[in-house]
Design a protein around this ligand. Structure first.
Ligand code: ATP
Length: 571
């Protein structure tokens, strides 16, 4: 093997190598830069010294600043025993008694709140508006022998939406403050610490969210300010949700769930939790999301329908469930989501399925009246932004309940052209809602006895339809099924279900979109009725639809915290 010459890389220049010095101009440049750097260092040192000097002479240096990350309170903050913790929404009530504000020095208060805005009036005076829980109050930060100008400057520059801890004195303002909800009190700040600082440039303002969503194509401007689109609001939902009316919408939504559960429990219903992950697309296959499930696949439940019936067969008698349901419908409308909250119930009945309809009507009236009694303030707040007519309620026991055929007649009399067994289009549903309102003075009504052909396979045909059954047209006639409507839009579908296994199998095979009773997803369902099941019926209500239509919101997305639709899976 030929020996390879070893290549040595010299560590230093070999002796005699020519040394080339820097040019004159380079030397000049370096000297200039050095001088510049020295000047900058001097300036910085002077600034720091000035700052230190200012800090050491800052009489308020322990009364403001940013809280440490662990959120520990400043050591000399007044204790709970010394100063009451009265949050803004209760402040007015607490200090409504004037004597509390007239004690020498004024009463002290400690609270935590958002900064709605902060502004500097002068080097000695700043104003801040604090808000929390729908209440807002003006605060004054004024330089004095006890409060430094540095503190005034700091307070006036706290970015809007920051979360702060405040110790102040509550006093009566010289004149009522018009721009805040608490008008006859103001806070004179003594200490202010920033707990959670907001960035100075947020993608949108809460004030933007407090205006109605723009009508498509009219996003441009009102009062010189562009209107923030629904899409931008939903992209920045955490800021958007801070808007007062958004807080009200979700208080109402929570109220609907509470009222639903309260009513049904009082009638002996039991809450259930059924699976969302299914082994097959059991309810017919359409509109179902498929997901990966280990080495195989699963499907997301589009309703708890089959399970709630199986539980009635399991002798649960009366059941309800509140939970998410999924629809793979590519419907980009103002009333469809791909994930929404289902309010479901199912019950056995004694004689006639109208027992179920009556109970459901009673349930809806309980919810409506409960919203009126318990959420009037929230409802008014939302309606002050989305101006709609008050929801017209029928009196108890007088809910308009029309057979489907009568609905068709009313539409025809109003000029609509449609066949006896046609499904109603959305505009026709709205039209019928308007006709019912005109005739019965109610925004809530029930359409009963739908054509069998347009209902799911588990729907019981009417007695007359069963009596005249003709195998050549097995889906002709009507069924014991109903939809509930608010302001002309569907909020619930329900029916008497088939509880006889043999008949159920027959209907499955004969349905407009036939299903296999022995298929993987339906075998166990059909088996439930082989073991002897009671007559039963129920319904599925869309929670977001109730909220949208009660409040007259222009879009169902406004009633969903983080809506999911064909174009949106975030945030
Ligand atoms: P629609 O005809 O309005 O699409 P549907 O007949 O498909 O509704 P059902 O399957 O009967 O509705 O569901 C029961 C209830 O669930 C409906 O009355 C409605 O309140 C609600 N709902 C159904 N689909 C949606 C959806 N995509 N988004 C929001 N709510 C829905």
């Amino acid at each position: 093997m030929a020996e390879q010459a070893e290549r040595v890389v010299p560590l230093t220049d070999p002796p005699g190598a020519e040394e080339k010095g820097p040019s004159k101009s380079a030397l000049k440049k370096a000297a200039k830069e050095k001088e510049k750097a020295e000047k900058a260092a001097k300036r910085q040192a002077a600034e720091e010294a000035q700052k230190k000097e200012a800090e050491s002479s800052d009489i308020s240096k322990n009364d403001y600043g940013e809280l440490p990350m662990d959120g520990a309170w400043p050591s000399d903050f007044p204790s709970k025993e010394d100063v009451p913790r009265v949050q803004l929404p209760q402040l007015l009530e607490y200090f409504g008694d004037a004597s509390r504000t007239e004690t020498p020095g004024g009463p002290h208060v400690v609270f935590r709140a958002s900064v709605e805005n902060a502004r500097s009036q002068s080097a000695k005076l700043a104003f801040i508006v604090f808000s929390r829980g729908g209440a807002s109050i003006q605060a004054v930060v004024a330089a004095s022998d006890e409060l430094s100008r540095q503190m005034v400057k700091f307070c006036s520059s706290v970015p809007a939406e920051s979360y702060v801890l405040v110790h102040g004195l509550v006093k009566a303002p010289k004149e009522p403050v018009k721009s805040t909800t608490i008008q006859n009190l103001e806070v004179h700040v003594k200490k202010l610490f920033v707990e959670g600082k907001a960035e100075a440039q947020l993608p949108m303002q809460v004030a933007d969210a407090e205006r109605p969503i723009p009508v498509e194509g009219e996003e441009e401007a009102v009062d010189g300010r562009p209107i923030v689109t629904l899409s931008t609001r939903l992209n920045n939902r955490v800021i958007d949700l801070r808007a007062k009316h958004n807080q009200a919408i979700f208080a109402i939504k929570d109220g609907v769930v509470a009222l639903f559960e309260e009513f049904l429990r009082s009638k002996g219903f039991r809450g259930i939790q059924t699976p969302r992950l299914l082994g097959s697309a059991s309810e017919g296959g359409a509109n179902v999301f498929e997901v990966k499930y280990f080495a195989t696949k699963a499907f997301l439940a589009q309703s708890p329908q089959l399970y709630k019936q199986m539980l009635v067969a399991a002798r649960f008698e009366k059941v309800f469930e509140v939970g998410p349901v999924f629809r793979a419908e590519n419907s980009n409308t103002a009333r469809h989501l791909t994930e929404f909250t289902g309010l479901d119930m199912e019950m056995e009945f004694e004689e006639d399925y109208h027992e179920v309809v009556s109970l459901l009507e009673e349930l809806m009236l309980f919810i409506f009246n409960g919203l009126k009694d318990r959420y009037a303030r929230e409802t008014d707040l939302v309606r002050s932004i989305y101006h709609v007519e008050d929801f017209k309620l029928p009196s108890a026991g007088a809910v308009p309940r029309l057979p489907f055929s009568e609905g068709i007649s009313m539409l025809r009399a109003a000029g609509e052209e449609l066949g006896d067994f046609d499904d109603l289009s959305t505009p026709q549903e709205k039209r019928l809602g308007a006709l019912v309102l005109e005739k019965y003075g109610s925004d809530f009504y029930v359409l009963d006895e739908f054509p069998l052909a347009i209902r799911p396979f588990y729907t019981m045909p009417t007695a007359a339809t069963q009596a005249s059954y003709n195998p050549a047209s097995p889906n002709a006639g009507y069924s014991n099924s109903y939809d509930f409507f608010m302001r002309g839009q569907e909020i619930m579908s329900g029916a008497q279900r088939i509880h006889n296994a043999t008949f159920l199998e027959q209907r499955m095979r004969a349905h407009e979109t036939p299903v296999d009773p022995m298929g993987e997803g339906l075998r166990d369902y059909v088996a439930a009725f082989r073991a002897g099941a009671p007559k039963h019926g129920g319904g599925g209500i869309g929670l977001e639809r109730i909220v949208m239509l009660w409040l007259g919101l222009p879009n169902v997305r406004l009633a969903s915290l983080f809506p999911r639709d064909p174009g949106r899976l975030t945030p």
